[in-house]
Design a protein around this ligand. Sequence first.
Ligand code: FAE
Length: 543
Amino acid sequence: MAERSLPGTGLPGVSRRGFLAGTSSILGAATLGLPAVAQAKTAPAVIGDGAQVPALVIGTGYGGSVAALRLAQAGVDVHMVEMGMAWDTPGSDGKIFCSTLSPDHRSFWLRTRTKMPLNYFLGFPIDRDVSRYTGVLDAEEFGGITVYQGRGVGGGSLVNGGMAVTPKRENFSYVLPSVNADEMYNTYYPRANAGLGVANVDPAWFDSTPWYQFSRVGRKHAQRSGFPFVFVPDVYDWDYMEREAAGTATKSALAGEILFGNNHGKKSLQQTYLARARATGRVSISPLHRVVSVAPAGGRYTVTIEQLDTGGGVTATKTVTADRVFFAAGSVGTSKLLVKLKATGALPNLNGEVGKGWGDNGNVMCGRANHLWDPTGAQQSTIPCAGIDNWAAGGAFAEVAPLPTGIETFASFYLSITRNPNRAQFTWNGATGRVDLNWQASWKQPSIDMAKTIFDKINAKEGTIYRTDLFGTYKIWGDHLTYHPLGGAVLNRATDNYGRLHGHPGLYVIDGALIPGNTSVNPFVTITALAERNIEKIIATDL
Ligand code: FAE
């Protein structure tokens, strides 16, 4: 198979066979597509009270996994602390994760009722009661927005769509203004794409399979209105998906699995960066452990950690000492910790930029109602693989997303990433003992206006209308949420240009909190590439 380039980036892509060949030595027999349980044989050594560690990483998402791997390769012992579960043990149904269509206790983080992002179908609410459990998807509610995040070893990689998009180079100065673009596009984006196992769908298979009919309808409509249509790379194993379609492999993406985890096929961090990190023998992980405080202690740091049970109760409180602490709890998790620790005096020297510059990556969703002669298919893969690029002209990049209900809906569904300029701030609320975010619901209007530059035109051309039954009754826009929280400890403001927090040597931010609110495309490749850049500098100069 020829190497496929990653569209719009100028970067070489990784062919599927190329990726498999390149990783087989790393992953050993951990063939991609196997359940996560097959890759997680080494039991993580849970951290003990009073432990002393050279490097402690808070969180096991993209930033944390890059930091752990590179520190371990440089000879540093690393302990990772993760508030979510390990997700390496099947439940009574033999599966680690539950399906999107039948959520059970494994679905949501400590909720008694689901909070589906797409919460209505045919005008009826679809949320249901579940038992309270440390499930894999958190729908964290702030005043004006619900922020969806992954919880567990692997962070957002457990629940996300795997869309692995490198921003167009001409947009990079908007994404990360203080970072050298040449270095990123020559070294760190290629390193991140290789490390994550990014690849494109085979265009011939895409054109022939019923599972992507919804995307082909999306392509036809985009092109008839004159919009560039691009393939979007992903970390799902495309060979595995083709075997699912052929009936020779257990279905995952083709069985509605995505939002609450994929039991097969997806190369989450557990199969890539974290597998390599564990293979060094220098990285251990404590799941169901939540960091609640970090404070200076004679040139090192005292870290306070709560151990949780699967009902969310605290079963132990541990105090450990670390020479260096890497905040990788995600944009919201890292920002909340830093804002609290500054306000309560635990880390008094943090600067006034902490908590600022938070954005939603301009996320907004909508559906369109197609004519009866344009069915989108009862069979839909959960993995999106294409988008409509109107960033330059209209400030919107729209993923053609699936609506895998198992029945024909005649709906086209989209997640748009838009150039929304609004930025919010996290602040400590002493009265409630919580961190608030001052995002306003009305701040989504610019995103709606930008998304309309695409869909008003397509509707006019096709003679179609918006769906009004997916987010409420007579509600067009899914404007109450984001999947892509970014910022809150912005690079070169709350930290120096490599993520070193001002005022407290030995403390670093290495996750999506560094990015000032928008990446112009889906964010995790940029989070990974920036982490690769920063940890290389930190290892070279600080250790
Ligand atoms: P993240 O992956 O969120 O990891 C942070 C980790 O820290 C989590 O495991 C937390 O449980 C843990 N944590 C938080 N607080 C604490 C604490 N106090 N103590 C211990 N542990 C803690 O951070 N992005 C894409 O590029 N493509 C997609 O297709 C895509 N689809 C998405 C779909 C959904 C439904 C969601 C929710 C997100 C999606 N994203 C997608 C966003 C992407 O997953 C997200 O940007 C990254 O996961 C963020 O990476 P970080 O390393 O910043």
